[in-house]
Design a protein around this ligand. Structure first.
Ligand code: ADP
Ligand code: MG
Length: 400
């Protein structure tokens, strides 16, 4: 296979896009942008839903991104606009606390997450005024992390507008934390790859401390990122956070059974041990409280998130099983990329297929449309060197 596979012509080149953004900015605000900021989306090759459990993941950035055109002023306001008319204008005052309404996750609240993160990092009392127009090409709510690209872009914009400077790692850590203002309790992969990605390489992202290591994929491997066109808005639903809290509770249960101090442990990676202490699903609140020796009140405030308070039954065993097996697959994937044995591409494909099966059956974060797409791609097997990097949609059907 050619090392440079033929590319479909995209509707618009990067230069045309920037030019159009500049024109929109000028038409809207009557002045030219002072600077532009850009943050890419990503596809996770392997390591689904394990970053928030403390495990390493293996994503790469994609061409689709969020860009912002910005000018700075002392108007005392931040004015946000979007080239997509679906996303309405919004203005906030630089003299009032920035409020992110997680019950109503409009696009500008993601932007304000990034603003707030930088403001808090530097303790900025009064932010610089800004005029801003955002343009994005990442399909939203499709598992390519448009939300984090937007938060990261906003963090970058705010840092620059307020004449601050940070390393990429620091920016990634701040943006991972501040995206949680919107309510989704992610683990930090998306913001990390958005800042730390480099052309021509995937990255193994490890946490605590955050670091990114190049993973060179085998020559000729071609990744197809296909969209099953089912959307899942993570902040507007509780599906994502239910998985997060289930893993958190599984951690506590495992720790408690093993006589560890469960009050200090939050991540499965921190308590990696035999799964057999967990019984078949599901677990009820009462039983969990009993094992952990906590009150129902403590359970709600310390373990659940705001949007998972209604959940009464938890699938701890299968969620933990996915996380532990997926974490092992990430390491196997990296090993194949590093040692490049014969049949590397087949081995990587097998790991990705196992990952999908685990997401589908144990983590239940797929949907019928995505499963069908995966089946079609596996059956079609259009080229022996083709891998299907299917971006995984977070579940939209049958939940507890
Ligand atoms: P994803 O998997 O893409 O991160 P999320 O549900 O986490 O999906 O985030 C999607 C949300 O991000 C959208 O509902 C929208 O509010 C915001 N978003 C994505 N792309 C854009 C964009 N180009 N402009 C403004 N907001 C965007
Ligand atoms: Mg997201």
């Amino acid at each position: 296979m050619a090392t440079n596979p033929p590319k479909l012509k995209t509707a618009i080149t990067a230069n045309e896009r920037l030019h159009n953004l500049k024109k929109t900015f000028e038409a809207k605000y009557g002045e030219s942008p002072l600077f532009y900021a850009c943050a890419p989306g990503r596809v996770n090759l392997i390591g689904e839903h394990i970053d928030y459990c403390g495990y390493s993941v293996l994503p790469m950035a994609i061409e689709q991104n969020i860009i912002a055109a910005v000018s700075v002023n002392n108007s005392g306001t931040i004015q946000l606009a979007n080239t997509n008319p679906q996303y309405k204008d919004f203005t906030v005052s630089c003299f009032e606390d920035i409020v992110v309404d997680r019950d109503n996750p409009k696009w500008y609240y993601y932007f304000l997450c990034g603003v707030k993160g930088i403001q808090e990092k530097f303790g900025i009392a009064h932010l610089s005024g800004m005029l801003c127009v955002v343009n994005g090409t990442i399909p939203p709510s499709s598992g390519l992390s448009s939300s984090s690209a937007l938060v990261c872009c906003a963090g970058l914009v705010t840092m620059e507008a307020n004449q601050k400077s940070l390393s990429k790692v620091a920016l990634a850590e701040i943006c991972a934390k501040c995206e949680r203002y919107i309510g989704t309790e992610g683990g930090g992969m998306d913001q990390s790859i958005s800042f730390l990605a480099e052309r021509g390489t995937a990255k193994l992202i490890e946490f605590q401390p955050l670091r990114a290591t190049d993973v060179t994929l085998p020559d000729g491997a071609l990744f197809v990122i296909s969209n099953c066109c089912v959307e899942m808005n993570k902040a507007a639903s509780s599906h994502f956070n239910i998985r997060v809290v289930e893993c958190r509770i599984a951690t506590k249960m495992l720790a408690q059974k093993r006589g560890l101090d469960s009050s200090r442990l939050l991540k499965l990676a921190e308590v990696q041990m035999a799964l057999k202490v967990l019984h078949p699903e599901p677990y009820g609140r009462e039983e969990i409280c009993k094992v952990l020796d906590i009150t129902s009140e403590q359970f709600s405030t310390e373990l659940l998130s705001a949007n998972t308070q209604h959940v009464t039954q938890f699938k701890l065993h299968q969620r933990a099983k996915h996380v532990y097996s997926e974490a092992a697959r990430v390491l196997q994937f990296k090993k194949v990329c590093d040692s490049k044995p014969t049949g590397s591409i087949q081995l990587l494909g097998d790991l990705m297929n196992q990952s999908h099966a685990s997401c589908r059956d144990l983590y239940e974060c797929s949907c019928p449309e995505l499963d069908q797409l995966v089946d079609i791609l596996i059956l079609a097997h259009p080229h022996p060197k083709m891998l299907a990097a299917l971006h995984i949609l977070y579940l939209r059907f049958q939940l507890v």
